[in-house]
Ligand binder design. Structure first.
Ligand SMILES: C[S@@+](CC[C@H](N)C(=O)[O-])C[C@H]1O[C@@H](n2cnc3c(N)ncnc32)[C@H](O)[C@@H]1O
Length: 219
């Protein structure tokens, strides 16, 4: 059944129907935080990208609005200029990064799927920050290997955000530790996997975990 524009907008505001990716145990409290603190501070272009992404079938993969603002704050606090993102999807965390870094800041952005990036790209362009992004289509590991082999990128990244294939996180870390500068930051999304890391082995998988598992591990 087709939903009206108003219904789609309110779905985007409710973040995800299947639950949320925060560790808060109360959906109502999370919704309260979104409505009183996060959404009022969200730049118009971020809102537009969030609402556009909410209509996409894989929308559960997107960075949440609160995480986007946390990233943005973190980047500003450390004065990040040269950054990297592994796992772009439609670009919500990418736009949060692009808005936080200076005019001559750079983001090396990598994803195996260019189509989803191109979905969000017009919003990024309209926001006037597309010139900061160098998007590379394809798996990230070979790009990292090449950069290490070149030797020109050692210790050159202020901030790196990893939000891609989870089973490669250890392989990313082994390489990124060479590429991040001393005192720089590497952020890994989903390390607590919705709290399931401490769940008993026989605990039922939450629906949100199962969907993410399929999309991020292909399981
Ligand atoms: C959780 S989504 C990223 C969400 C994104 N950070 C955002 O804010 O919307 C994970 C992304 O990782 C990408 N991905 C999966 N395997 C990859 C790989 N080997 N190299 C680069 N990207 C990969 C997927 O195509 C997907 O777009």
């Amino acid at each position: 059944m087709a939903t009206s524009g108003e219904e789609q907008q309110s779905q985007a505001g409710r973040h995800q129907e299947v639950g949320h990716k925060s560790l808060l145990q109360s959906d109502a409290l999370y919704q309260y935080i979104l409505e009183t603190s996060v959404y009022p501070r969200e730049p118009e272009c971020m809102k537009e990208l969030r609402e556009l992404t909410a209509k996409h079938p894989w929308n559960i993969m997107t960075t949440s609005a609160d995480e986007g603002q946390f990233l943005n704050m973190l980047l500003k606090l450390i004065n990040a200029k040269n950054t990297m993102e592994i796992g772009v999807y439609t670009g919500y965390s990418l736009l949060a990064t692009a808005l936080a870094i200076p005019e001559d800041g750079k983001i090396l952005a990598m994803d195996i799927n260019k189509e989803n990036y191109e979905l969000g790209l017009p919003v990024i362009q309209k926001a006037g920050v597309a010139h900061k992004i160098d998007f590379k289509e394809g798996p990230a590991l070979p790009v990292l290997d090449q950069m290490i082999e070149d030797g020109n990128h050692h210790g050159s990244f202020d901030f790196i955000f990893v939000d891609a294939d989870k089973d490669n996180y250890i392989n990313y870390h082994k390489r990124l530790i060479d590429l991040v500068k001393v005192g720089g930051l590497i952020g890994y999304d989903n390390t607590l996997w919705n709290g399931s890391v401490v769940a008993p082995p026989d605990a039922p998988n939450e629906e949100v975990c199962e969907v993410l598992q399929r999309l991020c591990f292909g399981a």
